[in-house]
Each structure stands twice: as structure tokens, then as C-alpha cells.
Design a protein around this ligand. Structure first.
Ligand SMILES: [Zn+2]
Length: 232
């Protein structure tokens, strides 16, 4: 349509009525010009209407439909390449319960279990996006901080600010990492292995996380109503 309207600017200046009748009349007058009519057509709106009814369909629909097809194709391709800004603050939803968990996920997140070493799950995943907590959707890690440690679990050398809490593990020497929002068990963190410049490895269970692709919005982080009420 932009090409179409660029073309019809000329008749608007010839008729001189475009401004008075507004955009609609200007367009009608322009359509009159399009089929070869002259200044006389601007005499009354009635005449214009009559001409418009005859004149408009021959040119406009094709032009419009091809344009809208192009726009549709453009919006689809834009969507495919669109990157959503996951660094923005995540929405919060107050709930009575976190996400339901499978038995295996509950074993890790709630009972601090560990998945077997494996090259499956997210261990070797290189897809771009944000890893969120399976239990509460809180952002945990960016895929850009993931690296290949060959340890058999997904490994990150940095966490999202404030996303992860550290505790001394029950074994008395490892450092356990949990989701800062829901306290779900994630895995352990090791320092001083010289695997990356940051010299840190968050060794995380696949089942504790969900990868949200870079072109998809993050789900709202779930927070418990009873915690909010306690805070009051
Ligand atoms: Zn969580």
C-alpha cells in the first residue's frame, strides 16, 4: 500500500479537496484519478461515491492482497528470527502450589537426589535460551554460560544474578546449589577446576530445569501466597 499511496499524492494536490474531506475522500478522489478521470470528479461526494463504487475494485484488491501477503510473510520471518529479551525482569504470579512434578523431578528437586551421569537431557544441549527452574519457573542460567565439561551433567560457569543459593551439602564438603525462589535442589557447584575463565562449574541436574528457547517468552515466576502472607 505504501507504493499505492505514494502514487496518489499527486491527485490530492490537483483536487485540493483532500484535506477538507479527510483521508477517506482523498483516497476516493485518488482512485478516480487512477482510472483516468479529471478535476470534475471532485465536485460532490455523491459523484465521487458513484465513481468509487465502479472504479476502486479493478486496481486496489490485487495491490492490497499482494501487499498483505508480503506483510504476512514478513511477520512470520520476523517471528522466526525474533529474540525476546530474557534479561528483563520476570513477571510474578502468586500461587498456592508450584508446578506439579513427576516422581523423578520431585526426587531431585525436593529430596535432593541426583540424576545418573548421562549425555542425554540437557548435558550436550547447545540451543540458545534461558534455563528456568522446573518447579517455579524462576530464571536460573543463560545458555551463553553453558559449557562442555564432559562430566555427564549440564554445566554452567555462571548463574543469573541472585537466582541460586549455596549451602554446604549434607556430605560436609560439597557445595549444594538450590533455586533461590523455591529452594528446589539443582545440583552442586565446584570451583578451582580451571575448566573456564570463571573457574566455576555449576553441575546441574537436567530434570531441575526447563530450557525456554530464545524466541519464546519466559513463563511468570511462581511465588507462594503463604510466603507472601508470612512476609506481611
Ligand atoms: Zn525454583
Amino acid at each position: 500500500m505504501s507504493r499505492f499511496f505514494a502514487t496518489i499524492k499527486r491527485p490530492r494536490s490537483i483536487f485540493g479537496h483532500g484535506a477538507r474531506w479527510g483521508c477517506g475522500i482523498a483516497a476516493i478522489a485518488a482512485l478516480g484519478w487512477f482510472i483516468g478521470v479529471d478535476e470534475k470528479l471532485s465536485a460532490t461526494p455523491l459523484e465521487l461515491d458513484g465513481l468509487t463504487l465502479v472504479a476502486a475494485p479493478s486496481e486496489q484488491p490485487d495491490d492490497e492482497s499482494s501487499e498483505s501477503t508480503n506483510q504476512d510473510a514478513k511477520s512470520v520471518s520476523d517471528k522466526k528470527t525474533e529474540k525476546i529479551d530474557h534479561t528483563k525482569k520476570q513477571e510474578v504470579k502468586w500461587v498456592d502450589k508450584y508446578n506439579p512434578l513427576s516422581q523423578a523431578a520431585a526426587y531431585v528437586l525436593k529430596r535432593k537426589g541426583t540424576q545418573p551421569r548421562s549425555n542425554g537431557g540437557y548435558t550436550n544441549t547447545t540451543d540458545k535460551g534461558t534455563y528456568v527452574c522446573r518447579q517455579c519457573n524462576a530464571k536460573l542460567y543463560y545458555s551463553t554460560d553453558k559449557f562442555k565439561s564432559h562430566c555427564g551433567w549440564p554445566s554452567f560457569d555462571d548463574e543469573i544474578d541472585g537466582a541460586v543459593k549455596r549451602h554446604l551439602d549434607a556430605d560436609g564438603y560439597r557445595v549444594e546449589i538450590v533455586c533461590a525462589n523455591c529452594d528446589g535442589h539443582l545440583g552442586h557447584v565446584f570451583e578451582g577446576e580451571q575448566l573456564t575463565e570463571k573457574n566455576t562449574r555449576h553441575c546441574v541436574n537436567t530434570i531441575s530445569m526447563v530450557l525456554v528457547p530464545a524466541d519464546e517468552p519466559l513463563p511468570p515466576v511462581l511465588k507462594l501466597e503463604k510466603k507472601r502472607n508470612k512476609d506481611k
